[in-house]
Design a protein around this ligand. Structure first.
Ligand SMILES: [Fe+2]
Length: 283
């Protein structure tokens, strides 16, 4: 059931990414997951197995929609066909909210199949914010933008990543999906303080957290979503809960997907970390 936090932020509790590997286990076992996040593009189809399962699982659990193709930062025009399909899917799913990434995924009609960061400039702020407003007008609701993990920076950048995220969301009046693992990954790759990032994000705009595992290659961390969450990310999550309070939290696993029980154990760890912090704050 949807609860409301003290900041009147909708609060769903602890969720998982919905993956096809777990469809039957979810329907058979009805696991104690508070909600599921779907990858929007996986359900932009006319029928078949994905929609069959989506409807059945959506009847049992709250859902949110998470996209990977909006390319909000690109200089190409917004893909109107994609936006139409997104709205059709939203009408079917009735998600609690819709998110995508603060990035660009292609230019000049070419898809890079990667979530590329933007130069952190005022020009980019205005460019992205105008496009977010178009998307929000089309969908008739605010969207959430997620911070991506990154492996490159731009010499043109005139502000920090968190200042850029804040400026875009203020200018567009949109919300934030804060990926704690991505902050950890990017802070390692670009040598900044992840706690400074957390403290630099406007509390009132954060509606969801992502947690995930990654691959540390020594000189660089790659955001692979194919391992359990590491200790450093759990520590950063605890700090995020201290700063932001109750925020709907979910675990992303996209490769090397384990049995559902393993992810439920990982989700339980998130609950165990958050519970005493939230109880202390409430007291
Ligand atoms: Fe994420």
């Amino acid at each position: 059931m949807t609860q409301t936090s003290r900041t009147s932020r909708p609060y769903l509790g602890f969720g998982l990414g919905l993956r096809a590997d777990h469809y039957d286990a979810i329907l058979g076992e009805r696991p104690a997951v508070d909600w599921f996040e779907i990858i929007s593009e996986n359900y932009m189809v006319r029928g078949g197995k994905p929609l069959h399962y989506l409807d059945r699982i959506g009847a049992l659990y709250p859902l949110v929609m998470h996209g990977v193709s909006l390319s909000i930062g690109s200089s190409d025009p917004l893909n109107q066909g994609y936006l139409r399909e997104l709205k059709v899917l939203a009408e079917r799913v009735q998600p609690r909210w819709i998110s995508d990434h603060l990035c660009w995924t292609g230019v000049a009609g070419k898809n890079l199949h990667d979530l590329m960061p933007l130069p952190y400039t005022e020009e980019a702020v205005q460019h992205v914010a105008a496009r977010v407003r178009q998307v929000q007008d089309h969908l008739g609701r605010q969207i959430l933008l997620e911070n991506v993990s990154s492996y490159v920076t731009y010499t043109q950048s005139a502000m920090s990543e968190w200042e850029f995220l804040t400026a875009v969301c203020d200018a567009a009046d949109c919300l934030i999906l804060l990926d704690v693992n991505n902050i950890y990954v990017s802070s390692y790759n670009h040598e900044f303080d992840p706690r400074e990032y957390l403290h630099g994000v406007p509390k009132e705009r954060v509606r969801q957290f992502h947690l995930a595992g990654h691959t540390n290659n020594g000189n660089i961390i790659v955001d692979t979503h194919d391992h359990p969450i590491i200790g450093g990310v759990w520590q950063l999550y605890a700090e995020a809960v201290r700063i932001f309070g109750p925020v709907s939290t979910m675990i992303e696993r996209d490769a090397n997907i384990p049995p559902l029980a393993e992810l439920l154990d990982e989700l339980e760890r998130a609950r165990q970390i958050a519970a005493p912090i939230l109880a202390e704050a409430a007291a």
